[in-house]
Unconditional design. Sequence first.
Length: 165
Amino acid sequence: MNCKTWAKFLSIAVAAVLLGACSQSSAIEIGQNAPDFALTDTGGQKASLSDFKGKAVILNFFASWCPPCRAEIPDFIELQKAYGDKGFTFIGVSLTDAQDSKNFVETMGINYPVMVDDGKVSTLYGPVRSIPTTYVIGKDSKVVKMYIGSRSKEVFEADIKEMLK
């Protein structure tokens, strides 16, 4: 292969790789239906997203060892207390093992469902590459917003109020 042919081949290969990388996006887009899933919760019971059909949901992927995740959870607990009986719930999806997740829920006093990821759900919703990653899901099961990284209590409260209108 001569130098010009090699250079053409290399630039085509680089362009293909770059185009492929640019086309990678979240598996879930704003406005799409949130995919249903079933996981085991920290109490050992099977639960699914469809169990909460008709409710506004904030779906939060987190890990017990993640400082920004840990910082959000007290706000989630307060917001769950304030809006949990009004057609809203948080759902946590823990990216750590079942025992760690159960211990974390008990230690933090989490008052909303927490399920343990099986590796498939976090891939289905992203794939989730950074935590916390949070999806705001309307009563119609459509994804309204997505946040990568932590947000303030005020941001989530505004989202909840908007979904409950």
